[in-house]
Write a protein that binds this ligand. Structure first.
Ligand code: GLP
Length: 261
């Protein structure tokens, strides 16, 4: 696991965008895993700017989103399918239908989840998964207690997550759906490169567990310690509880010029 401590979210967005651009140069038909939440927004802003400047094209790329609320109407502005279209997909040159999302309105939820897993498999798997992290250490919507081997399925949101996400629902936790569909921890572990971004003091404990804690379903992101290629991009506030922060800074400073994240 590589930990890179950067000055601000603009630097984080730039470095993560470099990784996406490098992938699409090597593999124009690359497959991206797309997270919602506020943390990845600087990445999407940077990619939209680079696409507008002609520096990167998504024309042959594909995308799979991480998760979705169950039961939000198709036209709800906070439905993750709508959010990812608004913040990223509509701002670059993806082909129509190149980005898929779990169907939170499916009548047969287990079948919809199985179809989503099959679609990821048929696309050849995810090359680069962009991830945020919840304050309780969840990734996607894999809340504490999630099976470390889980696949796409329905989950119940914790009260903490509903409180955290109430800001998108007029500050009303009761308006946040109780259930979601999420790629499982096993699904996320199948991505070839995981880039997790976190900023702010509120993420410091989760980042500490992710990087330096014991692997445990209580802090679901810790499963990433078993992944061979994870890059954690954080600002100083989110890095505040890292014991080896000086070592991570030094390692990044000394990184060979030829070595990408
Ligand atoms: C939600 C999403 C996660 C995201 C998390 C943190 O729960 N399902 O994918 O990582 O929120 O969001 P933010 O980046 O806004 O703090």
């Amino acid at each position: 696991m590589e930990v890179v401590i950067l000055r601000n979210s603009a630097e984080i967005g730039g470095l993560a965008a470099d990784a996406v651009c490098s992938l699409l140069r090597r593999r124009p038909a690359g497959v991206l895993g797309l997270a919602t939440g506020s943390s990845p927004l600087p990445i999407y802003d940077e990619l939209a700017a680079r696409c507008a400047a002609g520096d990167v094209s998504f024309a042959r790329a594909r995308g799979f989103t991480l998760d979705e609320y169950v039961g939000l109407p198709a036209d709800h502005p906070e439905r993750y399918r709508t959010v990812i279209d608004r913040v990223f997909v509509s701002r670059v040159d993806f082909a129509p239908d190149a980005v898929a999302a779990p169907d939170g309105l499916a009548t047969d939820i287990p079948a919809a989840c199985a179809r989503y897993e099959a679609a990821i498999r048929e696309a050849g798997g995810i090359d680069l998964q962009i991830l945020g992290i919840g304050t309780d250490g969840h990734i996607g919507f894999n809340e504490p207690g999630s099976s470390l081997a889980s696949r796409t399925r329905i989950k119940t949101l914790t009260e903490q997550t509903r409180l955290d996400n109430a800001r998108f629902f007029d500050d009303d936790p009761d308006a946040v759906p109780t259930h979601c569909l999420t790629q499982g921890l096993g699904t996320i572990m199948g991505a070839r490169h995981v880039v997790l971004v976190a900023t702010g003091r509120g993420k410091a404990e989760a980042v500490h567990h992710l990087v330096e804690g014991s692997v445990s379903a209580m802090w679901p992101a810790t499963i990433l310690q078993h992944h061979p290629h994870v890059t954690v991009l954080v600002d100083g506030a989110a890095a505040q509880r890292l014991q080896l922060a000086d070592y991570y800074r030094e390692t990044y400073r000394m990184k060979p010029a030829w070595q990408e994240i």
